[in-house]
Each structure stands twice: as C-alpha cells, then as structure tokens.
Ligand binder design. Structure first.
Ligand SMILES: C[S@@+](CC[C@H](N)C(=O)[O-])C[C@H]1O[C@@H](n2cnc3c(N)ncnc32)[C@H](O)[C@@H]1O
Length: 155
C-alpha cells in the first residue's frame, strides 16, 4: 500500500489493520514531525517497524521514485491542490486490478458548488471529472465523511 499524507497515522493504522500480515505501508508526508507522531502511534499499536516505511518529503518529489505497479492500493490525503498530479502518479503506482482512493472528494461540499473556485476545490473537482471519464478506471464516489473517491484500475 502507498499513502500520501501520513498525518498523525490515523488512516495508516486503519490501513495496516486491514492489510495482510506481511504487507508493507509506504507513507509520504511533507512534515517529518507528523511522521514522528505516526511512528509512535504505530509502535504503540504493536505494529512491527518492518510493516511501515515513512518517507519524509513532498509527494510530487517522492511518488516518482516509487515502484511502477508496485501497490495494491494508493490512498491519497495530501495537498488537495495537487490531487490532479497525484492521480497521474497513482495511476503509475497501482497494479492492474488495484484501487486508488482519494479522501475529501467532496471537499467540504464545495466541489458541487460552481461558485467555489479556489485552487483546492478546482483541483478536487477536476479529479472527479478526469476519473469519471477515464476508461481505465471503475470509480465510485462514497458520500461518507468528507467524501471518498475510490477507483479500480481495470485489470
Ligand atoms: C489531512 S492530513 C492527513 C491525515 C492522515 N491521513 C491521517 O488520517 O492521520 C494531510 C497531510 O498531508 C501532508 N501534506 C500536505 N501537503 C503535502 C505534500 N505536498 N506532500 C506530502 N504531504 C503533504 C500534511 O503535512 C498532512 O500531514
């Protein structure tokens, strides 16, 4: 699994709990301090350190260095304004049959309201349109929380 936006490890912990016992979570975050906290959370939850790889840095610098088709799931929760670029990278990283997932896909209900034209809203709206029309993908938009866009890369 690959994750953009480690944060304090909440999503990472849920992912780790659902993954195969020998599967590894690779998670990227701009803020080393956030990753320090996530590491503490994982260790406190008895997750062996071999099961996660925390990479500090900008997602758009780190993602191009990750392995092509090397991940079953790419979960994105980083900078909303960069969601379009994350999609390009995620499409390269996920294996055929795997899943891309983007958190905040409704972005505080702004996406559906064309009056909102800030960079984050425009990028999330663009992501939804691109994914909807990409024939390589089978998407679903789940109205849970702030919205979760999941899309399978067809085998
Ligand atoms: C909403 S939080 C992630 C929360 C996390 N998924 C969790 O459940 O705990 C967004 C994270 O993305 C990181 N971030 C923001 N811009 C980034 C970028 N350009 N590259 C990598 N990480 C970034 C922030 O430092 C922050 O930790």
């Amino acid at each position: 699994m690959a994750e953009v936006g480690t944060g304090t490890g909440v999503s990472g912990l849920w992912l780790l709990r659902g993954m195969a016992p020998d599967a590894v979570l690779t998670s990227v975050d701009l803020e080393a301090e956030h990753q320090r906290h996530a590491r503490e959370v994982f260790v406190a939850a008895d997750v062996p350190t071999r099961r996660f790889r925390l990479i500090p840095g900008s997602a758009l610098d780190v993602m191009p260095r990750l392995t092509d088709a090397g991940y079953d799931l790419v979960f994105v929760d980083g900078d909303k304004a960069e969601y379009g670029e994350y999609l390009d990278q995620a499409l390269r990283l996920v294996r055929p049959g795997g899943v891309l997932a983007f958190d905040n896909a409704l972005w505080h209900d702004r996406v559906a309201d064309p009056a909102h034209r800030d960079a984050q809203t425009v990028a999330v709206r663009g992501l939804l349109e691109t994914v909807q029309h990409d024939e390589r993908l089978r998407p679903v938009l789940l109205p849970v929380g702030d919205g979760l866009l999941a899309a399978q890369l067809l085998p």
